[in-house]
Ligand binder design. Structure first.
Ligand SMILES: [Zn+2]
Length: 398
């Protein structure tokens, strides 16, 4: 175990959910506690001066497919390392590796790789908390850029096969509840402790309400790939918004949801239920141009937008640091709340108590940001994994 680390001079997002001047103490892989400014530090502590900066829990991206040309569907250690390097630069210290619709054997292989990665987290890399299965149990009418030929109804055998392939690493499953067999599938998955998320769905308000009764507790990128919120036909979105048990994913890149709707949604559900996600795809982080995604779909990347040849949005190039800045800039959200929606809320949505808050005994996952919310330093389980300070370096282990 290395020397204790003391981050001094910054304002820390406390478990009390305010940004207060304090020193954050880290020992090994855990948060040791907070000290008042000027309070004596443990002897031998390595001091990192973060004066003028904000210190927050590391971001947790619960819907991300990849980046820098790699996709979690490949799931190899090399692909994970490439994706991880981009995420940690943006302050993300943990994520759910998110799969897409593909032949059943390919999804099973990806889930197996993701499960291995989640069982043996590598120091120096983003922590894979498990898998988010997005497809194949989705509605072809609302498939977005997912491959329609691989979609199928959530029949018990198919659902159980993927559950088993994931070896306990399945955390979130996106399902369209109007599909035949969805009731049984949702009850089964919810009973296994999976958070079932309504998404890529044409469900009406009434159908969504019924699905909430079966155990749906999350919305997959709310508003996108579901019927629009409409005053005579409120659709699934209204049912998800009004239920206090439901966590709501929002892709706040300025393209997927209009800033006015982001602000409205925040006012309605608050930071307790709003989960910032990226839906970042494999071309995220690459230069503008034309690319072929991992499964062969050609996409065009321009000015932060990723679209298929038919012109539909094909996931985003967002990272959570940008999502936090967007929440503040175009939704007028207080900084402390925007930071919580990228850390504490996603952790709580998954029932993961050891992450999302800077309190004694929690994982030492930390992001240090400048006043204008640019990431300066990222610490994952006590390791400095990104250091953007002049002369800084990223510790790259394994
Ligand atoms: Zn997605």
């Amino acid at each position: 175990m290395g020397r204790p680390i003391a981050l001094t001079g910054g304002r820390v997002l406390t478990p009390g959910r305010e940004l207060v001047p304090a020193t954050l103490l880290i020992e090994g892989t855990e948060v040791a506690g907070l000290a008042a400014p000027g309070e004596a530090l443990p002897p031998y502590a390595e001091t990192i001066d973060v004066s003028g900066c904000l210190v927050a829990p590391g971001f947790i991206d619960t819907h991300v497919h990849g980046g820098m040309g790699c996709n979690f569907m490949l799931g190899t250690p090399e692909a994970l390392a490439v994706i991880s390097a981009r995420l940690v630069q943006g302050g993300t210290t943990a994520c759910l590796a998110t799969t897409t619709s593909a032949p059943a054997r390919d999804i099973a292989a990806a889930l197996d790789n993701i499960a291995r990665a989640s069982r043996a987290p590598r120091p120096g890399q983003v922590e894979i908390l498990g898998a988010h299965l997005e497809g194949p149990f989705i509605n072809p009418e609302k498939a977005g850029s997912q491959a329609r030929q691989h979609l199928r109804p959530p029949e018990p055998a198919a659902v159980q096969a993927l559950w088993e392939a994931a070896g306990g690493a399945l955390r979130v499953v996106t399902i369209a509840p109007e599909l035949p067999g969805a009731g049984e599938a949702i009850r089964y998955l919810a009973g296994m402790g999976v958070q079932v998320s309504l998404g890529h769905s044409a469900a009406t308000y009434e159908e969504a309400r019924e699905a909430l009764g079966w155990g749906v507790r999350r919305a997959t990128h709310l508003y996108n790939a579901m019927p629009a919120l409409q005053h005579r036909r409120p659709g699934a979105a209204a049912a998800l918004l009004e239920d206090p048990r439901v966590f709501v994913e929002l892709t706040v890149d300025g393209h997927h949801v209009h800033p006015a709707m982001v602000a409205l949604t925040y006012r309605l559900v608050g930071p307790e239920r709003l989960v910032l996600v990226t839906d970042g795809v494999d071309v995220a982080g690459l230069e503008d141009g034309t690319y072929t995604r991992w499964e062969g779909t050609p996409v065009r990347l321009q000015g932060g937008e990723c679209r298929t040849e038919s012109g539909s949005l094909a996931g985003s190039t967002l990272r959570l640091d940008q999502a936090v800045r967007n929440m503040v800039r175009f939704a007028g959200v207080p900084v402390a709340e925007a930071l919580r929606m990228a850390s504490e809320t996603p952790a709580r949505a998954l029932g993961i108590d050891r992450k999302g808050r800077l309190a004694p005994g929690k994982d030492a996952d930390v992001v240090v940001l400048s006043e204008d919310l640019e990431v300066i330093l990222t610490i994952a389980r006590g390791h400095v994994v990104y250091d953007g300070r002049p002369g800084g370096r990223a510790e790259t282990i394994g």
